[in-house]
Design a protein around this ligand. Structure first.
Ligand code: 5RP
Length: 227
């Protein structure tokens, strides 16, 4: 098992590798999570050295970090991203599971509208086939009904509980999150399509055929793969 420090180094390598793609004048989708945070910090350093870029945050967390490191912010109303840099909970054959931070609804909007989407992960996220539970942001009034629909599709949903207080995790959009275990996901496109039609699901965490490049950090290198 890798140490947490070693794993964070691999995340930093991946995040900084993606940040090297940033050029003057770009609008950048700023992902959520600890790996994307390394990219945001690297972009902040570039801004402090005079680079002229703008960020579109995907969460309260990435907005706060971007402000802290001095990245000027805009919204999707102002411009679409030239590039988005975002993490993932699992990657297999170019398909991603996202939403470990419950930010996947906004992440999907920003990442999907970027001209280029770079996914940054450490090596522990790489898999041969997706089998990570799928995060689902759900309207509060629809939780039970959505749970039934997920079970009909062979899933085992669990309401994500808040760590530091009683009750569920609530997203930036004010909704709870279900994590649904589907076991091995042979065809992410098919599962994504079947989740997209369940009323009450605001967004699911399958990002199939969205990433353009995967930057995977290891202890001694970054592997960059086009997908
Ligand atoms: C948040 C996400 C994150 O990108 C994902 O959970 C990975 O996080 P980390 O880089 O901290 O492992 O999808 O909704």
């Amino acid at each position: 098992m890798k140490s947490e420090n070693g794993r964070d180094d691999a995340k930093r390598r991946a995040g900084e590798s993606a940040a090297e793609l940033i050029e003057d004048g770009m609008v950048i989708g700023l992902g959520t999570g600890s790996t994307a945070a390394h990219a945001i910090q690297a972009i902040g350093r570039a801004v402090s050295e005079g680079m002229d870029v703008y960020g579109i945050p995907t969460s309260f967390q990435s907005r706060a970090l971007a402000r802290e490191v001095g990245i000027p912010l805009v919204t999707l109303d102002d411009a679409l991203p030239d590039i988005a840099i975002d993490g993932a909970d699992q990657v297999a054959d170019g398909a991603l599971v996202k939403g470990g931070g419950g930010a996947h609804a906004r992440e999907k909007v920003v990442d999907a509208h970027a001209a280029r989407f770079i996914c940054v992960v450490d090596e522990t996220k790489l898999a041969d086939v997706l089998n990570h539970p799928i995060p689902l942001e759900v309207l509060p009034s629809a939780v039970s009904a959505v749970e039934d629909s997920l079970r009909e599709r062979g899933g085992e949903p669990t309401l994500r509980a808040a760590e530091r207080k009683d009750g569920p995790v609530i997203t930036d959009n004010g909704n709870p999150v279900l994590d649904c275990d589907f076991g091995t996901i042979e065809d992410p496109d098919v599962l994504a399509a079947s989740l997209s039609v369940i009323p009450g699901i605001v967004e699911h965490g399958i990002f199939a055929a969205m990433a353009d490049e995967i930057h995977a950090g290891f202890s001694d290198r970054v592997d960059i793969r086009s997908v």
